[in-house]
Design a protein around this ligand. Structure first.
Ligand SMILES: *Cc1c(COP(=O)(O)O)cnc(C)c1O
Length: 239
């Protein structure tokens, strides 16, 4: 068994155990494998092990991997853009990705909607909420959510699927849960208003259990699957 196959099995077990502890079905929680900085060969191993949803932070790198697997005839993959998005890169995201988790202003949402090719289904989008990390400039506050959601919901080229957050690192479970719970409350309120909303992207390696207990439907895991990242030596994606 390859290391990635082994790691994936462990992460899936952790998700199942966390779900079981709070009386949820493990199928309610989607595992997003974060493959940023990792070569296409690592993604291929994860695909071999049954993984289908992948998260990328850098537009160009993600697009190269998406093209690589398209050229290889691989179908059924789901590509999620989870990095900070600048306006000048929105077209590449609209043309190649299936999801964008980091929408935090109308201008970006409008561009994604206009730039989404007509032959593709609407781009699935999540609104990024800055729930606890005051250092971060990404994400809206919860008080801005209703207005932005209403504006995005009417755009034809995107489909509002829910919320995403990257909470400030916190080691105590109770603190992690308190923040995740705030997100879950906002998510459930949004879901009441918009039938298309079904996704709360919340939880990484260190706060996954608390996120799942609070109601996360998608956890984003990189290192625990693919190993530590080496930013100094960004690989050739085809290697
Ligand atoms: C990198 C990243 C992850 C995965 O982080 P790991 O610590 O490698 O599990 C999850 N979400 C976002 C937004 C990321 O940028």
């Amino acid at each position: 068994m390859s290391e990635i196959t082994h790691n994936l099995a462990q992460v899936r077990e952790k998700i199942a155990a966390a779900a079981e502890r709070c009386g949820r079905a493990s199928e309610e929680v989607t595992l997003l494998a974060v493959s940023k900085t990792k070569p296409a060969s690592a993604v291929a191993e994860a695909i071999e092990a049954g993984q289908r949803a992948f998260g990328e932070n850098y537009v160009q790198e993600g697009v190269e991997k998406i093209r690589h697997f398209q050229d290889a005839g691989q179908t059924g993959l789901q590509w999620h853009f989870i990095g900070p998005l600048q306006s000048n890169k929105s077209r590449l995201v609209a043309e190649h990705f299936d999801w964008c988790h980091t929408v935090d202003r109308l201008r970006i949402a409008t561009r994604l909607s206009e730039q989404r090719p007509a032959h593709l289904p609407p781009l699935n989008v999540l609104i990024q909420v800055n729930i606890s990390d005051e250092q971060s400039k990404s994400g809206i506050t919860l008080s801005e959510l209703d207005t932005l959601a209403a504006e995005i919901a009417v755009l034809p080229g995107v489909r509002l699927r829910g919320l995403m957050a990257i909470p400030a690192p916190e080691t105590a479970y109770d603190r992690q849960f308190a923040v995740a719970h705030q997100m879950a409350v906002a998510f459930r309120a949004l879901k009441q208003q918009y039938p298309s909303v079904d996704t709360l992207s919340l939880g990484m390696t260190d706060d996954m259990d608390a996120a799942i207990a609070a109601g996360s439907t998608m956890v984003r895991i990189g290192t625990a699957i693919f190993g530590a990242r080496d930013y100094a030596a960004r690989p050739n994606v085809n290697s």
